[in-house]
Design a protein around this ligand. Structure first.
Ligand SMILES: [Zn+2]
Length: 139
């Protein structure tokens, strides 16, 4: 990946990529809906602003882009070939923030489920993961 965007273009790109209602999120939502789970969206007051929450199961779902959130071992988590220092710092911050948010969330008695964008392509597997993670420890 060659990065020859201006600072403004890069920021605009990031804003777009980070914006809510991305396709992977829609896929997860429609799956949950089909499975009959009731959920809410974008709880901004919760740590990490989870994309989807299931209050009944005290479960927060994050749908993460593999590039921005650095999915370990994933081919989508490429590393830009220019502005290396900038990206290194950026990624480090993202990963650190994600980790802290998940810890904060767990400290408030919620559990989290992490869905990576690359997991969207195998719907059956994704469905199993969702059911299993949501019902884990459910009373
Ligand atoms: Zn991935």
């Amino acid at each position: 990946m060659v990065d020859n965007l201006s600072k403004e273009q890069r920021q605009e790109n990031m804003r777009r990529i980070r914006s809510k209602n991305t396709t992977p999120e829609k896929v997860v939502r429609s799956l949950l809906h089909k499975l009959g789970f009731r959920f809410r969206l974008h709880r901004n007051e919760m740590p990490g602003k989870p994309d989807i929450v299931l209050p009944k199961y005290k479960t927060a779902i994050f749908v993460h882009g593999c590039f921005w959130h650095r999915h370990t071992g994933c081919k989508r988590a490429t590393f830009p070939k220019s502005n290396v220092e900038y990206w290194l710092e950026k990624f480090k911050k993202n990963v650190r923030r994600d980790k802290r948010n998940r810890m904060d969330l767990e400290n408030t008695g919620w559990k989290f489920v992490l869905i990576w964008e690359c997991e969207i392509k195998d719907i059956e597997k994704l469905k199993r993961k969702l059911i299993k993670s949501i019902l884990r420890d459910a009373h």
